[in-house]
Design a protein around this ligand. Structure first.
Ligand SMILES: Nc1ccn([C@@H]2O[C@H](COP(=O)(O)OP(=O)(O)OP(=O)(O)O)[C@@H](O)[C@H]2O)c(=O)n1
Ligand SMILES: C[C@](O)(CO)[C@H](O)COP(=O)(O)O
Length: 231
């Protein structure tokens, strides 16, 4: 029996938005960028495939599914103009009970984080991985100048994966499409409709590869990760 079934989440689909253009990284479609010989997308898929019943990825329109993913039994859909649009297309392409949404751009995903998230979604219907903020926070004033201190108490930085009952997230996306709401993650859509979202402690290694500096960090981490270091 699969991990999701054991945890009571029903049939689980991992939905991976991977259709971004990677503007901030500047190396072309980001999900296809390689770290230590393996793409960000392949790393994210490999982390999730053993833990879920199906995997769907949203790709840029002109790019086929890489050959190494076909072997992993992955379905592809064409993504949209925004992350939100890509996730909406993925939601329409599955009939799973529970969906786990994970950025292709977060390639180092520890198994215990996924299992904690699946347990939480089975209990609550909506949960996201996140980390308590550890730095002092400031809102900038004039460009490049300290403006106002933001108390960090109670603040968490939201990561992925996030997990939801598919029907609830699909309804939230359809509502957002009707009223033109644009948000940067899926948990926000649930809370806009009055829903509760459980925060599940994440992992520093789940950082999102966004800028060139992150790629150096990813290469360093891959050396221990690929050698089977602690997950
Ligand atoms: N139209 C889009 C935009 C983003 N994504 C995906 O959403 C995740 C988070 O997006 P982000 O890190 O912003 O990636 P990019 O949009 O590629 O980066 P940038 O904003 O620098 O262009 C990534 O896995 C990305 O591929 C997507 O599926 N469809
Ligand atoms: C979903 C997300 O990774 C949670 O932190 C984030 O909001 C994505 O933002 P992006 O600007 O699309 O990278």
């Amino acid at each position: 029996m699969s991990a999701p079934c054991l945890l009571g989440a029903g049939r689980v689909a991992a939905l991976i938005p991977a259709a971004g253009s990677g503007t901030r990284l500047g190396l072309g479609p980001k999900a296809f960028v390689e770290v230590a010989g393996r793409s960000l997308l392949a790393r994210s898929v490999a982390a999730l495939r053993p833990l879920v019943d199906e995997v769907l990825v949203a790709l840029p329109e002109d790019l086929p599914l890489p050959a190494d993913l076909v072997a992993l039994d992955v379905q592809a859909v064409v993504g949209g103009d925004t992350r939100q649009a890509s996730v909406r297309r993925l939601l329409h392409a599955t009939a799973a009970d529970t969906v786990l949404i994970h950025d292709a751009a977060r390639p180092f995903l520890p198994e215990n984080v996924v299992l904690d998230l699946l347990e939480a979604v089975a209990e609550t219907g909506a949960a996201t991985v996140a980390l308590p903020v550890a730095d002092t926070l400031v809102r900038a004033g004039p460009p490049g100048r300290w403006g106002e201190l933001v108390p960090r108490e109670g603040l968490w930085a939201v990561q992925t994966p996030q997990a939801f009952r598919r029907a609830a997230l699909l309804a939230a996306h359809e509502q957002a499409a009707r009223d033109g709401t644009q948000v940067t993650d899926d948990a926000s859509l649930i809370t806009r409709g009055g829903g509760q979202v459980r925060l599940v402690p994440g992992d520093a290694r789940l950082f999102k590869v966004t800028t060139p500096g992150d790629l150096h960090l990813a290469a360093a981490l891959a050396a221990t990760w690929d050698a089977g270091g602690p997950r």
